[in-house]
Design a protein around this ligand. Structure first.
Ligand SMILES: Cc1ncc(COP(=O)(O)O)c(C=O)c1O
Length: 404
């Protein structure tokens, strides 16, 4: 066994890991379902699932069996050759999304990157190059140069300037501004149907209609970034569909591999038709291990009732959160769907996250004042009932505590 089990991971991290994360001072060694366990066996209820990734919960036996079997059969051959799992996964995602072709990569940011590149590739192939992108205020699309260029918050952007040029940000609450920003120079508009990192903000129907109308009028392509809100998290396959949007490109990630890194970009036929061998690629993208995990996830989601479960347990969670909001005046808004929720509070949310962790409940903060919940899809109603009083107590204690 090569892993060092007796060292102090926090001290070693401080010495040798690039310090780009504000990690909580807790070390997890195992998990089961919605629970995570420390070395000392302390149990935490996990309502963030590794930022929306552990969709099937921790230590899922079906996934673990499939991964172990795949590991002893074949893990990786690269995209120099065919293997049976990548095309099967592509066809399943095509059936789910209505977008017939997939490119596989290893993260959400890479999926966004592929969407941005192939939006430009499409216009280049038309002989009428368009290079501009329109993105929304409060957007978050990832950390690669392209993805961060369509990400709104200056905090993620400024240290890395100059970014990819030609991006306009628009306020989703202003349909006239949307109509003005999307022009015949726009290669694509990129939207998160529910913004995640930006504070769990669902796109309004008015904004979605304005974007769809402007895309129709100008021919601009539509990219749906469903990395966080897609693939059943809201109780619907994709939230863009719930808003009546018909994207030409879609970015997927997070829940897809249920913990094994995989991202996918999905393309309409006309966008895919512009792609030529050599245009894009990824050494790891769509390897056997990642595809096997994603196939297990999709089977659970679509054939074994997980999407219906999310809709039902999500409604239960929503009722509980709204009840808490009715008792806690610090909560100014409850936003989300399914098992993706944000509680906006009238002060920084970091203290609530710490107070919840002291109560052995894991949630996180996004957009300063928003407490975000992204539990595993498999969370049960009784686990919701266990979590909600802990969350309410954490909110109440953080509100009572004197401001720092
Ligand atoms: C909507 C959205 N797009 C893209 C990304 C980037 O995904 P990754 O961190 O896997 O690169 C994220 C990550 O939080 C996201 O929420």
């Amino acid at each position: 066994m090569l892993t060092m089990t007796s060292h102090d991971p926090i001290a070693l991290d401080a010495q040798h890991v690039l310090q780009v994360y504000r990690r909580a001072p807790v070390v997890f060694e195992s998990g089961k379902g919605c629970a995570l366990f420390t070395r000392d066996g302390e149990r935490y209820l996990d309502l963030i699932s590794g930022v929306g990734v552990a969709s099937l919960g921790h230590g899922n036996p079906t996934l673990a069996r499939a991964i172990a079997e795949q590991a002893s059969t074949l893990l990786h051959t690269s995209n120099l050759f065919h293997h049976p799992l990548q095309s099967e996964l592509a066809s399943r995602l095509a059936a789910l999304s209505g977008l017939p072709r997939a490119f596989f990569c290893n993260s959400g940011a890479e999926a966004v990157e592929a969407c941005l590149k192939f939006a430009r590739r499409f216009w280049h192939a038309q002989g009428t190059p368009r290079t501009m992108f329109v993105a929304l205020n409060h957007s978050f699309h990832g950390r690669t140069m392209g993805a961060v260029s369509v990400t709104w918050d200056d905090h993620y952007r400024a240290p890395f300037a100059p970014l990819v040029p030609g991006v306009t940000f628009v306020d989703p609450a202003d349909p006239a501004a949307i109509a003005a920003a999307i022009t015949r120079d726009t290669a694509a508009v990129i939207v998160e149907p529910i913004q995640g990192e930006g504070g769990v903000r669902p796109l309004s129907q008015t904004a979605a209609d304005a974007i769809a109308a402007a895309c129709r009028r100008t021919g601009a392509l539509l990219i749906a970034d469903e990395v966080q809100c897609g693939l059943g998290r809201t109780g619907r396959t994709f939230y863009s569909g719930a808003l009546g949007l018909q994207p030409d490109l879609m970015a997927l990630g997070k829940a897809l591999g249920a913990g094994v890194p995989i991202g996918a970009a999905m393309f309409s036929d006309r966008v895919a038709a512009a792609a030529k061998p050599g245009d894009h690629g990824s050494t790891y993208g769509g390897n056997l291990l990642a595809c096997r995990a994603a196939l297990v996830f999709l089977e659970e989601l679509t054939e074994n009732g997980l999407m219906a479960h999310v809709a039902k347990v999500g409604a239960h969670l929503e009722r509980g959160l709204r009840a808490i909001a009715s008792r806690q005046p610090a909560i100014t808004a409850v936003r989300g769907a399914g098992v993706m929720w944000g509680l906006d509070i009238n002060r920084p949310a970091a203290a609530v996250v710490d107070a919840a962790r002291e109560r052995k409940l894991l949630v996180n903060r996004t957009s300063d004042t928003v407490i975000r919940l992204l539990p595993p899809y498999v969370i049960t109603e009784s686990e919701v009932d266990e979590a909600l009083p802990l969350l309410e107590a954490a909110i109440a204690s953080a509100v009572e505590a004197p401001a720092q």
